[in-house]
Design a binder for this molecule. Sequence first.
Ligand code: PGA
Length: 222
Amino acid sequence: MNESKTPLLVANFKANQTWPDLEDWIDKVSPVAEKFEGTVIISPSAPFIAAASQKLKSLNSQIKLASQDISRFEGGAYTGEYSAAQITGLVTYAIIGHSERRRNFAENDKILAQKVENAKKAKITPIFCVENSEIAISQGIEIVAYEPTFAIGTGTPDTPQNAQAVSQKLKAKGDFIILYGGSVTIANCRDYLIKNILEGLLIGSGSLDPNNFITILNSASN
Ligand code: PGA
């Protein structure tokens, strides 16, 4: 098992940033991440994973890498895909089942279970996203991100009270670390960090500006 130190802060960059943007982000955030008691994870677009891994190594950075997805296939003739085995050693984590993938790429429970299995075989820890506590959670999951779809990219986060209630329902299903995601900002980030209940954040647009992210990092430290 990958021993992730909490709180876990995951910056999901989606299809944003050029390589110079990402380099600048890493240069700015790395020295701050150094002093953080939890884990900082960045999830850049797939073409930047190898270069980001190299850069983080050269800086001796504490920041860990996650892929935004992983192929359901183990490898072979699947143009455009990248397999879990191909990014072993480059990433520590993989986001699996993000609602944008479920919705835009028709990913269902069966496909997600295959992705989780491939990630585990490649020693990559899945960060499994669910929009509520009823969604099926694949076998072998340690980290679950509760991300209600109404809150993603909308500026309308869930209430901390409801997020906490959902987290408790999820925890009744397994010994998961639960993260909250959906319109997390500098102003509200602390409300979603509740020891042993909500132990991390998955941050999209609020993570893109490195200075913004540093402020979130500092808030999560206090
Ligand atoms: P958001 O995205 O912070 O921009 O709402 C969160 C996510 O999709 O992971």
